[in-house]
Every structure is written in C-alpha cells, then in structure tokens.
Design a protein around this ligand. Structure first.
Ligand SMILES: [Zn+2]
Length: 79
C-alpha cells in the first residue's frame, strides 16, 4: 500500500516538474477566456475585446506566475 502511495506522489511530482519546466520555457499560454480569439461575441453579435488578455489572445501561465512569485520571495529573503 505504501508503495502505491509513494509511486502516485512521485508521478504527481514528476508531472508538476514537467509543467513548471514548460512554464519556465514558454511563459505565455493561450487565453483561457477567449481561447486565443482575442474577442468575445456579445448577445447582439458584435465583437468585444477580451478583457482578461486585453485583446492579445495570450496570457501568462499560472505556473509561470508561481515561478515569478517564488523567485521574488527568494530574492527578498537573500538581500
Ligand atoms: Zn482573452
């Protein structure tokens, strides 16, 4: 039983490490709100710029923000 738990946590750790590596390599991801289309369709059919990504269609990945946060904390503690 312990082996299964250990294996599962190892896989989860490996997955997280891969995700963070991807985030470090390419910090920009597709906007989750507009799916990279940069705009939304309103009820009357007009286009409106996506507010989440400011009409760029891309946004900083959550993992990258986490990395930035950890980096800032690390720097703040080592001055
Ligand atoms: Zn967007």
């Amino acid at each position: 039983m312990t082996t299964i738990v250990l294996l599962a946590s190892l896989i989860a750790l490996g997955y997280t490490a891969c995700y963070l590596a991807v985030c470090a390599a390419s910090p920009w991801g597709r906007c989750r709100r507009c799916h990279g289309r940069r705009y939304h369709r309103t009820v009357i059919g007009t286009r409106r710029d996506c507010r989440r990504c400011d009409g760029t269609g891309i946004q900083v990945r959550l993992g990258r923000r986490l990395i930035n946060y950890i980096r800032a904390e690390y720097r703040a503690g080592h001055q």
